[in-house]
Design a protein around this ligand. Structure first.
Ligand code: NAD
Length: 437
């Protein structure tokens, strides 16, 4: 089948490339000329493991191409996907739908025959109805079926997630559109992934419900970690103790510095705004958002406390700046809240991130960037693990301790055992490790 992807960012590029890898013919469209020029040139504008090789092989096979020309891009497509950004609207936290609406209008103006328009962007419940009105007004002469098909992939594991999703959600009552979607996803659900057909509004709400639930789960264990720390318990054992219960499940129970990224913060906020519009209180989500915002800032103060309450003139080495490992994405990363607290308190900050230096430089001032973890530790009064990149999981702790001015490890991801760090000569501060650290 022939597919067009409008928006070639993390979601559009990964989904488009994976669809082409299944044998579909895919055109990825983007307004960003530099992005399309890079892709045409064989360069991948984002860091996502495995994506460069997958793009290259599908381009070589003639199934994947890139353009800024939407008219050429949509010509003859069986389905046109919208995968443009839906960031928080400045000031009020509503999802900014202007990119989605603009893309829908442009698609409607460009198509020449009946079209299935699939919205993959994360959008508030009811957005499909608005998109339907926009395309209906732009092209009353052509049947355009508007489908919701939210995406659940995680950056850093995006290809695997797209190819082997836990489920595929398709929201539409249109039988023809259902058939097109079934055919597009056939290679996936033949393997193992269930495809769930729902109403369009339901599909839209599923995406927000999933993200809000996961954000709540993280925030729950983070707050429990604070209690464990004070009460002399170890949160890692608490997580394991509850996670082995199948009704709870072990995932998303790792205490840390608070969730960030391009989805949870903006999606929880947008869900709250939607709930307000319907006059339905979502008290749990509300508490999650507030607790997480406070937590990210509190992590800066935790580091200051670990350094005796005064960091003026002290050097702090940070390991990891991106919101999670295996991505260069800095959107709403905890480091964005932590760094200003440390900087305002007078600390000198150096940092190393395996892939995030370029993206971090664009959003963080006053950091000295280092080439590796050891260099970030050199002469430092504290070394802080913010993001749990694999490269930080097996550091030579003795060398780290020896190169620091004050051998203090603040491990905001609990990737080290306190005893191991202390044996290597480091004072250790973790998250929620009242029993041992
Ligand atoms: P992104 O910012 O990486 O990419 C969006 C792209 O769309 C940009 O390259 C932009 O230039 C392009 N664009 C905007 N308007 C356009 C137009 N009219 N025509 C052509 N191109 C246009 O965003 P993303 O991270 O890929 O997210 C896209 C959507 O997917 C969002 O709604 C997001 O919430 C959702 N989502 C993201 C993830 C994730 O992990 N990033 C996961 C699931 C869902």
């Amino acid at each position: 089948m022939k597919i067009t992807m409008i928006g070639s960012g993390y979601v559009g590029l990964v989904s488009g490339t994976c669809f082409s890898d299944f044998g579909h013919e895919v055109v990825c469209v983007d307004k960003d000329e530099a992005k399309i020029a890079a892709l045409k040139d064989g360069r991948i504008p984002i860091y996502e493991p495995g994506l460069d090789a997958l793009v290259a092989s599908n381009v070589r096979a003639g199934r994947l191409s890139f353009t800024t020309d939407i008219k050429a891009g949509v010509a003859g497509a069986d389905a046109v996907f919208i995968a443009v950004g839906t960031p928080s609207r400045r000031g009020d936290g509503h999802a900014d739908l202007s990119y989605v609406f603009a893309a829908a209008r442009e698609v409607a103006e460009a198509v020449t025959g009946p079209t299935v328009l699939v919205n993959k962007s994360t959008v508030p419940v009811g957005t499909g109805d608005k998109v339907e009105a926009i395309v209906g007004e732009a092209r009353p002469d052509i049947a355009i079926a508007v489908v919701s098909n939210p995406e659940f992939l995680r950056e850093g594991a995006a290809i695997e997630d797209f190819k082997r999703p836990d489920r595929i959600v398709v929201g539409t009552d249109d039988i023809g559109a259902q058939n097109v979607m079934r055919e597009l996803y056939r290679p996936l659900y033949l393997n193992r992934s269930p495809i769930l057909f729902t109403g369009r509004r339901t599909a839209e709400l599923i995406k927000y419900a999933a993200n809000a639930f996961l954000a709540t789960k993280i925030t729950f264990i983070n707050e429990l970690a604070d209690l464990a720390e004070k009460a002399g318990a170890d949160i890692k054992d608490v997580s394991r103790g509850i996670g082995l219960d199948n009704r709870i499940g072990a995932k998303f129970l790792h205490a840390g510095p608070g969730y960030g990224g391009s989805c949870f913060p903006k999606d929880t906020l947008a869900l709250l705004r939607t709930a307000e519009e319907y006059d339905v209180p979502l008290r749990i989500v509300d508490a999650t958002v507030a607790a997480n915002d406070l937590r990210k800032v509190a992590m800066g103060h935790k580091i200051i406390t670990a350094l005796g309450g005064d960091v003026k003139g002290k050097r702090i080495g940070l390991l990891g700046l991106t919101f999670k490992p295996n991505t260069d994405d800095m959107r709403d990363a905890p480091s964005l809240s932590i760094v200003p607290v440390l900087r305002d308190a007078g600390a000198e900050i150096v940092a190393y991130d395996p892939e995030g230096h370029e993206t971090a430089k664009a959003v963080l001032d006053g950091i000295g960037f280092k080439d590796n973890a050891l260099a970030a530790a050199e002469g430092a009064d504290a070394l802080v693990i913010i993001t749990e990149w694999d490269a930080f999981r097996a550091l030579d702790l003795r060398r780290i301790a020896a190169t620091m001015r004050n051998p203090l490890l603040v491990d905001l991801r609990n990737i080290y055992a306190p005893d191991d760090a202390e044996r290597a000569g480091l004072s250790y501060v973790g998250i929620g490790r009242g029993a041992s650290g």
